[in-house]
Design a binder for this molecule. Sequence first.
Ligand code: SF4
Length: 274
Amino acid sequence: MRELPAISASFTFSQSSLQDYSDCPRRFWLRYGERLQWPAVESEPTLENERRQQEGQHFHRLVQQHRLGLPAEKLARFASTANLSRWWENYLGDDFGITGYAQYAELSLSAPVAGHRLLAKYDLAAIQTGEKALIFDWKTYHKRPRDEWMAVRWQTRVYRLLLVMAGAHLNGGIPLAPEQVEMIYWYADFPTRPARFPYTVAQYQRDLEAVKQLVIEISTTRMDFPMTDETTRCAYCTYRSYCERGAAAGQGDNLEAELQEYDFDFEQVQEIAF
Ligand code: SF4
């Protein structure tokens, strides 16, 4: 077995890379170690999924512009597809309960963990100084995931963790206590059923330790990033033909495809974060 080069000390971890490693160590290595661009063989469900992902990105840009102060009437004409139009109407129909909160759209926060940087980019953080900090993440999934399932995603854990670790400047210079932080997934197709995840000191300590351990594990592994045994995870993976786990995309209505969100543009993010 060949020895792999070390992950560079300048490598920035994120919820996406931690999730990739947890789902499949090989996917992590191919994506971040080898930086392998491998076109997945397209098929109808994948094309539909890609279209929806593009609409999802467009929706995020619309909401960001709106949060930055552009009038809804001016933005409405860009909600030009059936999905976008429906999501936009649902979004405008919700006040999110944050009147009077300071609002930070597309906020980036980072902190050192086990010799690396850990970074998160938030769709929206709404903060009432000294009281409450709400993290909003807009999701355009075609199915509403189960809350138990979202609770253990690295995004849910990393976003709350980093706001406590690195959000003092948003809270009058005082670090936020875990109990003041809550993560909310707002589902554009299910606007009355957001998923809410409050935070506790015990969860914060558990998450900090878990991220540290995982970063150490990933950054000290040299010999192998094994392929996952759970082949259902391969069905929509970009690398499935490379790994000989099936050339065609999985068939059917699979939420797994939508959950494979790509990481941020790191070159762009690093300009913001450092
Ligand atoms: S195809 Fe399967 S084994 Fe290969 S990287 Fe993707 S998830 Fe891992």
